[in-house]
Design a protein around this ligand. Structure first.
Ligand code: WQD
Length: 348
């Protein structure tokens, strides 16, 4: 007997795909939708290999109202939605703000219109980001959900703040019909242990770890470390790097809470910080990766990257306590998973 039908928008993306695996393993029926704007149909093959089944998939654009209406006509029995579908590059959002506002906000509004119009209760788990906190002040590190939000440093971060406001207002207006949990991710890294799915950066990667693995395998001369003159122990920026499979499991916990423990929810949107609770500098990432894999990673120190914050890491105690979840995969296992994935996609 299935535990419920879960819609996963952006379900062939990096976090979406890993979450599909964990939802399936937990006994949920999954409907994946994606337009492949930042992923590949090959991901569906990986998901089929891992889960051993052909999963329900519809290629559609969540910003297209007709597409979303069609989806909910075909699947009126969706019990909850996890909304990943969004553009997510901080740097790209600075260059293309209108594309980010249109895509990230329209897709959420289309989802909400359809999930609440059915005359059934609606449940949404939203993919948010620690970027809503900006650079927390020292007294707010590690950063908890009660930390003040800062003006977003990029249109990407701003879309996450706007979407959380839309969700909060929609929950209040729904008089209990809409339940929402917003998950604020720190820095997801690594790949599924099977090396059948992982982070597929198109072209130049956006995030640190793909640069590390590409420098390790030799398709990139070195990793450029964006600054070692910050006010941190080794001068490089600090982040909270969370294993992608641990992050995926948190989404299952959020779905379970929203579907099976609604009486514990107080009728307003709930926020959870998803991190390990430990900060790691860029230079520590590089050195710990080399220790874990035995592979050399050439790097050079260059100037700071515009828009970078100096240091942020999570206080995950609320998620630990209320979701019964923690990110505890050892770092060497995480780095090895990223390295195995890099070797596989380079067919070595
Ligand atoms: C990490 C650190 C860079 C590349 C992320 C994303 C998103 C969000 C969390 C969910 C920074 C340094 C990077 C490189 C480097 N989570 N770096 N050389 O900037 O924390 O942004 O925040 O939405 O995952 O928005 O991630 O991986 O780009 O950078 O030195 O070639 O690595 O300066 O200090 P970031 P990142």
């Amino acid at each position: 007997m299935k535990k419920g039908k879960i819609l996963v928008t952006g379900g062939t993306g990096y976090i979406g795909a890993h979450t599909v695996v964990e939802l399936d393993a937990a006994g949920y029926d999954v409907v994946i939708v994606d337009n492949f704007s930042n992923s590949s149909p090959d991901v569906l093959d990986g998901l089929e290999s891992i889960t051993g089944k052909k999963l329900t998939f519809l290629e559609l654009d969540c910003t297209n109202p007709e597409h979303m209406e069609l989806l909910f006509c075909k699947h009126p029995d969706i019990d909850a939605a996890i909304h990943f579908a969004a553009y997510k590059s901080v740097g790209e959002s600075v260059d293309k703000p209108l594309e980010y506002y249109r895509n990230n906000i329209d897709s959420l509004i289309n989802l909400l219109i359809n999930i609440t119009r059915r005359g059934r209760s609606g449940s949404v788990v939203f993919s948010s980001s620690c970027t809503v906190y900006g650079q927390p002040s020292p007294e707010h590190l590690p950063v908890s959900e009660s930390a003040p939000l800062q003006p977003a440093a990029s249109p990407y971060g701003r879309t996450k703040q706007i979407c959380e406001d839309i969700l909060s207002d929609s929950v209040k207006a729904s008089e209990g019909a809409l339940k929402v949990i917003s998950l604020r991710y720190f820095n997801p890294i690594g790949a599924h242990p099977s090396a059948l799915i992982g982070e597929l950066p198109r072209g130049v990667p956006n995030y640190l770890l793909p640069f590390v693995t590409q420098a390790a395998i030799g398709i990139r001369e070195n990793v450029c470390v964006f600054g070692d003159d910050y006010n941190t122990p080794d001068g490089s920026c600090i982040r909270d790097y969370i294993y992608i499979c641990d992050l995926a499991k948190a989404h299952v916990k959020a779905v379970e809470r929203i579907l099976e423990k609604q009486d514990e929810m107080d009728g307003s949107i709930e926020y959870f910080n998803l991190g390990t609770g430990k900060g790691l500098s860029v230079l520590e990432v590089i050195n710990r990766f080399m220790e874990a894999t035995g592979v050399n990673v050439p790097y050079k120190i260059v100037g700071r990257r515009a828009g970078d914050i100096e240091q942020v890491w999570a206080d995950p105690s609320k998620a630990n306590k209320i979701l019964g979840w923690s990110a505890d995969t050892p770092l060497d296992v995480v780095f090895k998973s990223a390295w195995e994935w890099e070797k596989r996609i380079r067919a070595i």
